[in-house]
Ligand binder design. Structure first.
Ligand code: SAM
Length: 628
């Protein structure tokens, strides 16, 4: 739930954060923003001396990061985002810019310079609005920066080295992270605390407010813009309804105008991540109120929102509304043969979640729904959504039991006990197999482009996609690499049903299908083997069997490409992967290091990992050339 209406304005937009920083992601997630993460490839190598002031460097870097992502998404994936947010945080002391330390000695130099002194933290932010005209990308860029002063205590050598050995300084501007251990080094903070963490949320919301709600002149004098205007005030400014006859919301606004919310600048965040906010009432009395934390609200309501998506997809509401003008709830209810009362509530919930648009005429699909929820659109997630409802939802209903027993509760979801997730569960009858394949096909189409283009694979002519299912990735590979021939290898049950998933424009000469069991049967000869969304499903013993076999058939110099969601070193993010683990299959998600160690154990070297920002990350490694 987005508590702040400026954030809510972004709900049905494709918002992209051009930053891999988990801290920025957390700040924006806590604020209720929904966004994709596409880390920028822009190298932070601008010539610092060419900028008159340090903040100009941070702003320009933020802008270049955001523009690089906007351009890449537009060109490479034909998926132009609506808004790209770029940010760059630097620490400056005596006019010199400190970025991330390159090693421990560098961290030592930085931290001893900061010891006992005040320094400035600048975050430059760029908000890039994108549109596509005649296939050209058009951008409008709004930039700002925020400065926060931080004073360090005098640091003893011992404290300094303890902190450096904790490993925390290494990926942080200035060599410290104020939100964790680094907080111990700080004597005071003047200004926005979150700015030091990596993202000036308050200034960001104010800037969005300026962009989306230029206030009518007759109301602006009531609001002091040293704070983010309160919810009702924004609602009123948005639609200019104060002049209209419907004055219910205007009354609310007037009430709000006489109150002013003062947001904290730094020390107002308590240990639960809540904002303690001071509200100044009409008679000037200041009260301390603890706002209910946005993150918890989001978690509390998350399951309801998921179920709204599942049920409206199952009822094919987005198909019904596709290409039509707005429909009333009565018309929709009639078409669905459902109650008007229930339908109206579901449609309203969809509108509140940004899946539908609601006007006086009725309900129509949002862009998001037209792009991804209509069942026959190119990137439809419809079948994957039904899979989540039918197969994953029951697993989570029995999560408590799963945790207590430490085992998957698939038998609840699928109705019988068995050992092999695929052969005993998903493929137990033709209908279930078809549903599973459709679900995989729909999610694979979303990820295939990023997987296929994460590395330059043009050197490989003969490729085998093990567990390649319907061939969605194979199709994408052959589009990008015209000289490549791909064999999709999967269980006989799957291969016998792939024909209905083949696109009409597919170059059939490049793709072939081969059936077999990758644990038992011979694998087709290949220069590159692919395991996409396969390894995480299997226990160590099965992985050992599969990787030993691959290691034996791979000739030196040939390669293996693994596509999985990669955890960070602490195993804490992205949340999606960690949540997926709770389905308690025999397998598990792994971190960058764990994949590297696993692959090296089976004789694969030069392990490279690309974090794509999509649902799957990609790992490429090569079979070691044995010494003569
Ligand atoms: N690679 C596809 C993707 O990325 O979307 C599908 C991933 S799906 C989670 C796992 C695939 O592995 C399924 O298509 C399944 O049929 C296949 N599979 C499972 N066990 C197999 C086996 N023993 N031999 C061959 N394929 C198998």
């Amino acid at each position: 739930m987005a508590l702040n209406p400026v954030i809510r304005k972004l709900v049905d937009k494709r918002v992209v954060l051009a930053s891999a920083s988990p801290r920025r992601q957390e700040i924006l997630t806590n604020a209720g923003l929904r966004f994709e993460v596409v880390p920028s490839w822009f190298k932070e190598t601008l010539e610092k001396s060419s900028f008159a002031a340090p903040y100009e460097y941070a702003v320009e870097t933020a802008k270049q990061k955001a523009l690089e992502v906007a351009n890449r998404m537009h060109l490479k994936h034909c998926r132009t985002p609506d808004v790209v947010i770029g940010a760059d945080t630097i620490v400056t002391i005596e006019e010199q810019i400190l970025e991330k330390p390159v090693d421990k000695q560098d961290a030592y130099k930085m931290l001893s310079r900061l010891s006992g002194k005040e320094h400035s933290v600048f975050t430059g932010v760029a908000i890039v609005h994108c549109s596509s005209k005649d296939t050209q990308l058009e951008t409008e860029v709004k930039c700002f920066y925020e400065e926060t002063k931080v004073k360090f205590a005098e640091l003893s050598e011992e404290l300094l080295w303890d902190y450096i050995h904790s490993g925390e300084p290494m990926d942080k501007a200035g060599g410290y992270g104020i939100q964790a251990l680094g907080g111990m080094l700080v004597e005071y903070v003047h200004g926005d605390f979150l700015n030091v963490v990596g993202f000036p949320l308050n200034h960001f919301c104010k800037t969005l407010a300026e962009l989306y709600y230029p206030p009518p002149k007759h109301t602006i004098h009531h609001i002091k813009h040293d704070s983010i205007p309160s919810v009702e005030t924004f609602e009123i400014l948005s639609d200019g309804e104060c002049d209209s006859s419907d004055n219910t919301s205007c009354k609310g606004a007037q009430k709000q105008k006489s109150s002013r919310i003062i947001y904290p600048s730094g020390k107002g965040i308590n240990s639960n991540g809540n904002f303690n906010m001071t509200v100044e009432s009409q008679n000037g009395v200041k009260e301390n109120k603890t706002q209910f934390p946005a993150k918890l609200v989001q978690l509390l309501d998350g399951f309801k929102a998921s179920k709204v998506l599942f049920v409206s997809s199952k009822l094919k509401i987005f198909d019904l509304l596709k290409g039509k003008g707005a429909m009333t709830s009565v018309d929709v209810a009639n078409c669905l043969k459902a109650s008007v009362r229930g339908t109206e509530r579901l449609l309203d919930a969809c509108a509140a979640l940004g899946l539908l648009e609601k006007t006086h005429q009725g309900y129509s699909n949002s862009d998001l729904a037209n792009l991804y929820l209509v069942s026959d659109c190119e990137f439809s997630l419809h079948d994957f959504i039904l899979h989540c409802d039918d197969r994953i939802w029951p697993l989570f209903t029995h999560l408590e039991l799963a945790v207590k027993e430490g085992t998957s509760q698939n038998h609840f979801a699928i109705g019988k006990k068995g050992e092999d997730l695929f052969q005993d569960f998903y493929y137990q009858n033709t209908e279930m197999k078809q549903h599973f394949m459709s679900a995989m096909h729909s999610i694979a189409k979303m990820t295939a482009r990023d997987v296929a283009s994460a590395f330059d694979l043009s050197q490989f002519r003969v490729v085998c996609d093990l567990g390649g299912c319907t061939g969605a990735l194979a199709h994408e590979l052959t589009q990008i690499y015209p000289a490549m021939k791909v064999t999709v290898f999967d269980l006989p049950d799957v291969i016998s049903s792939v024909s209905s998933f083949q696109p009409s424009r597919q170059n059939t000469g490049q793709i072939s299908f081969s059936s077999g069991d990758f644990f038992k049967d011979n694998l087709p000869e290949s220069e590159l083997y692919i395991l996409s969304r396969v390894l995480h499903d299997w226990c160590e013993e099965k992985i050992h069997a599969l990787l030993s076999k691959l290691s034996a058939v791979c000739k030196p110099g040939s390669a293996l490409l693994v596509a999985e969601t990669v955890l960070d070193e602490k195993g804490t993010s992205p949340a999606r992967a960690v949540l997926q683990s709770l389905t308690m299959t025999e397998g598990k998600q792994r971190s960058v290091l764990e994949y590297k160690q696993l692959l090296e154990k089976y004789g694969f070297t030069s392990v490279q990992i690309k974090i794509t920002g999509n649902l799957l990350d990609v790992i490429l490694c090569f079979k070691k050339v044995s010494p003569r």
